[in-house]
Design a protein around this ligand. Structure first.
Ligand code: GDP
Ligand code: ZN
Length: 314
């Protein structure tokens, strides 16, 4: 039996890089692979280590090795499916920008829910620094303080001036990095800086909506000349959480979880419960009010969505 790593996953076919000779083969799956009973749009994901056998010139994937970690999201197309973005990664580089397009309130906190289950390190990269005036710089400084305060790495870069690009190259060197972000933030431009041979197409932001166009449809892994791999992923529009419960969110806001052992109730949702350690920490300035607002919004969304789901069952 041969072994290899999935370097591209479309949900229909899979590209595999063979472990022994590095050759690239086209793979398919037969039968069913499931994850904790959830339906998956892509049972085999980029980063998966697989066993396969050649049948004619097609690689038939027989099994997936246990994943060290993975990043999963609600499928943007099929509401009750989950999509594994990638597996077996060392870190995530989340690309955002404060303007062009405007940073969506809560987006970073929503994204961090995807990586927290496995405590995957996240580097939050603010791109387009060349466009930041004093207001944007202030916002950046505030966000940097918040996110570094809870253990994330925050960087400021510009593809146009080159600011921070060398530092980013050092960060991705010899690591497997998943690169993600909303459409239009400059993900393709950054990847082109990290691996110029790829020459990914970048798209002008359409003046009307302020949103960039999709340039990537499927996740794909590339090797870097300096060592390491990057995984390019489709731009994210929205992140839904119909597969989570309120307590899942509470547990995955890391600084809330840290103090929540001092809440009076073990299942405290940190809203109106008495003697809530999270609310006390917000009053003391130990926990960011911005994070708290975003948390409330997410659990509200989840409860509303579950409400409508239940009504449908009547
Ligand atoms: P993607 O959708 O995230 O892959 O974004 P692209 O790389 O296609 O970039 C979207 C738009 O932002 C393009 O017009 C880029 O030229 C522009 N862009 C990318 N990086 C920067 C930057 O650092 N500064 C400025 N001002 N524009 C940038
Ligand atoms: Zn509480």
């Amino acid at each position: 039996m041969k072994t290899g790593v999935i370097i591209k996953s479309t949900g229909k076919y899979y590209d595999i890089k063979d472990d022994s000779d590095g050759s690239k083969v086209h793979g398919i799956i037969r039968g069913k692979f499931k994850l904790k009973g959830f339906k998956l749009t892509n049972p085999v994901a980029v980063g998966d280590q697989v066993h396969y056998e050649m049948e004619d010139d097609v690689a038939v994937i027989k099994s997936i090795q246990e994943r060290k970690n993975y990043v999963i999201r609600q499928s943007p197309r099929k509401k009750h499916h989950l999509q594994i973005i990638a597996s077996n990664i060392d870190q995530v580089v989340l690309i955002v920008t404060i303007i062009e397009p405007n940073l969506k309130p809560g987006f970073i906190d929503r994204f961090l829910l995807l990586t927290e289950t496995y405590q995957i390190p996240v580097i939050i990269v603010f791109n387009k620094s060349d466009l930041y005036g004093p207001d944007e710089k202030n916002i950046f400084d505030t966000l940097k303080t918040i996110y570094e305060g809870i253990g994330y790495n925050v960087m400021l870069v510009s593809c146009f001036t080159g600011e921070g690009i060398n530092a980013l190259q050092q960060v991705v060197k010899e690591k497997i990095s998943l690169i993600s972000g909303q459409s239009g933030v400059g993900k393709s431009s950054i990847i082109n800086q990290l691996k110029p041979q790829l020459d990914l197409r970048t798209k002008e932001i359409s003046g009307y909506s302020g949103k960039g166009q999709h340039t990537t449809t499927f996740a794909e892994m590339f090797s870097l000349d300096e060592g390491g791999y990057i995984i390019d992923t489709p731009g994210i529009k929205t992140l839904g959480f119909n597969y989570l419960e309120v307590m899942d969110v509470a547990h995955n806001f890391r600084e809330f979880f840290d103090v929540s052992k001092d809440c009076k109730f073990a299942d405290c949702t940190h809203r109106n419960e008495p003697q809530c350690a999270v609310k006390k920490a917000i009053e003391n300035g130990m926990i960011s009010f911005l994070r708290y607002q975003n948390y409330l919004q997410i659990i509200d969304d989840i409860e509303n969505q579950n409400y409508w789901e239940r009504i449908k069952d009547y």
